[in-house]
Design a protein around this ligand. Structure first.
Ligand code: C5J
Length: 221
């Protein structure tokens, strides 16, 4: 059983009960010129997650373990976008990479380096959390996943919301700190601290080399 040195305590999982969630590694959040940068954000704070995440995904794939990618976005007619979210601007407007956070647009899709492979699941979500208005619960049940490794962007928004949703549904979540990113270094630091505080109030935090080392010591499935 892989055991990962994590905060606040070692995180253990079995190879047949774990899944990797890759949250919203979309061009519009990560690429220079995209939606995120147009809001005045420093996208390099997110881009630094690509390399460690690609390495983690490679090991995950080598072990034939499930990877589930998510994308935040909306239908072209915006019928799944709450008026409150629309009113804050951006969504559906024309951006450098097509209509912002609209399914099917270039900017809505995942960065090339982390593109899903055939057979990997992609969950399109209208909200910040990956469970809200999606079939993620059913997918995880079919996979028999009880433990989740949650990666992606942004740490304090979609990653946090998803980890909280997962925790409330009975999943144990491990967050590799170098595989999640925030535009704001302070939010990154505090966001990670909040997860593991109070004895792991809603999860565990480690880094990806430690997770990879724990996995690599296991037989491949
Ligand atoms: C945001 C996300 N920040 N994926 N989305 O709007 O975190």
């Amino acid at each position: 059983m892989p055991t990962v040195d994590a905060k606040p305590s070692p995180f253990t999982f079995e190879l047949d009960n774990v899944a990797l969630l890759v949250i919203d590694m979309q061009r519009d959040f990560l690429l220079p010129g995209g939606f995120g940068e147009s809001l005045g954000n420093d996208v390099s704070q997110l881009a630094r997650t690509i390399e460690p995440l690609a390495a983690l995904m490679a090991v995950w794939r080598a072990h034939n373990l499930p990877i589930i990618h998510t994308r935040e976005g909306h239908l072209p007619d915006l019928s799944d976008c709450p008026p409150s979210k629309l009113a804050r601007g951006g969504i559906g407007e024309q951006g450098a990479f097509g209509r912002i956070l609209i399914r099917g647009e270039y900017g809505h899709d995942i960065v090339d380096e982390l593109a899903p492979l055939d057979g990997e699941l992609v969950v399109d979500k209208p909200g910040k959390g990956a469970f809200y208005a999606t079939d993620l619960s059913d997918i995880l049940e079919k996979l028999n996943a009880k433990k989740l490794v949650v990666t992606g962007v942004t740490t304090e928004v979609c990653v946090h919301t998803t980890v909280r949703e997962a925790n409330d549904r009975g999943y144990d979540c491990l967050v590799p700190a170098d595989c999640v990113g925030s535009y704001f270094p302070e939010f990154q630091r505090v966001g990670l601290e909040m997860i593991a505080a109070q004895g792991g109030i809603f999860g565990w935090v480690a880094d990806s080399p430690t997770l990879i080392a724990a996995l690599s010591s296991q037989e491949q499935k």
